[in-house]
Design a protein around this ligand. Structure first.
Ligand code: HEC
Length: 121
């Protein structure tokens, strides 16, 4: 294989690798507002959430280190747009999921995702 072709393939491999990365620095929305929106919508009733106190609950998984997860709810590739979609209308992704659609606005869902995917200080 000539050098030019192999460097081209290497570049492609790196680019493909990048698409696999979990979301990181380019988050939209306001994470602190998101933390409050998560509390107001009582997501904490079913999920333990970093930055929110409350009783132990295991209806849904703890939303800890969500940024490290490859998939949301086991099947949806994890990125901010998909997380917003999941939060607003989980049945559109998995009609059988036990998570209810809770009438979360686009803005609130974006801010929630910023908190859940961010460093969660
Ligand atoms: C009535 C309980 C309930 C409430 C309230 C609820 N969820 Fe869920 N949630 C679930 C369940 C059950 C799952 C697992 C879904 C699945 O895998 O099909 C889930 C899954 C999730 C996931 C994917 C988790 C993962 O590890 O892949 C996210 C993110 C999430 N919920 C966010 C929220 C947010 C944000 C709210 C508040 C707007 C909320 N949930 C409210 C029950 C709930």
């Amino acid at each position: 294989m000539n050098a030019r072709l192999s460097s081209c393939l290497l570049t492609l491999a790196l680019l493909a690798g990048c698409q696999d990365q979990p979301p990181s620095t380019t988050l939209q929305g306001d994470p602190e507002r998101g933390r409050i929106a998560l509390a107001q919508h009582a997501c904490r009733a079913c999920h333990m959430i970093p930055g929110l106190t409350g009783p132990e609950t295991h209806v849904g998984r703890p939303l800890t280190d969500l940024a490290e997860q490859r998939f949301i709810a086991g099947s949806l590739p994890n990125n901010q747009a998909n997380l917003v979609r999941w939060i607003r209308d989980p049945q559109s992704i998995d009609p059988h999921t036990a998570m209810p659609a809770m009438g979360v606005s686009e803005r609130d869902a974006l801010d929630m995702s910023a908190w859940l995917l961010g460093p969660q200080k």
